[in-house]
Design a protein around this ligand. Sequence first.
Ligand code: ADP
Ligand code: ADP
Length: 220
Amino acid sequence: MAIIEVNNLVKRYGDHTAVNGVSFAVEQGEIFGILGPNGAGKTTTVECIEGLRSPDGGSISVGGIDPRSDSRELRELLGVQLQESELPDKMRVDEAMELYSSFYRNPADWRELIGILNLTDKLSTQFRRLSGGQKQRLSIALALLGNPKVAVLDELTTGLDPQARRDAWDLIEGIRDRGVTIVLVTHFMEEAERLCDRLALVDSGQIVAVDTPAGLVAKV
Ligand code: ADP
Ligand code: ADP
């Protein structure tokens, strides 16, 4: 059974329809990309999956749970990457990891995560003093703290320099290799091609195609 099922999702902001009948299923263990231009409805779609917005139509299941239920099970199933503005600016990295770990019943070993993410020498640094790439890696570490089965990564590499972007790609593959299913929102075709097992191409709130990267390239 698919770990995420989105059926005919509709989401409006006032009289603007941001997501207009989107359906797809994400299989356990895959990296599923959502690729499309700015304004296509990608973030709105994943925010509905995360339970941060309630759909105006359609239905969503994440591991059999309706994201609107705001249940503890959902929060433990799903690793949500915080936006930069939500990061605790003045906290030190070690303090933040300690605090956020306390939110989970079975947290991951945060020191191990920090090691994997190559941030061990930044433990006593405040968030706001980290570079863009380091902040991105920290936000991934926070998303993985609860040992989620699914991680949603929205525009993870936007604004990173090419080296930091390649590092982030290696990291995403490493997360998948740990058995985490990943939903990856991006507007870079190159990134989607490199990382995704399958991807949904979206435009103007609708799905244009769902296929493997190679299958999509063959179609266009
Ligand atoms: P994407 O992630 O693909 O860039 P979004 O889901 O952010 O697309 O946005 C889809 C559309 O909905 C855009 O036209 C955007 O301007 C609009 N939109 C997004 N968020 C809001 C909001 N909170 N209120 C009103 N309109 C919004
Ligand atoms: P819910 O999904 O719980 O109904 P939303 O987060 O979608 O709530 O927001 C409710 C309303 O607030 C939306 O219809 C939208 O018009 C408005 N809104 C939210 N964020 C913005 C924003 N950034 N800009 C403009 N309008 C917004």
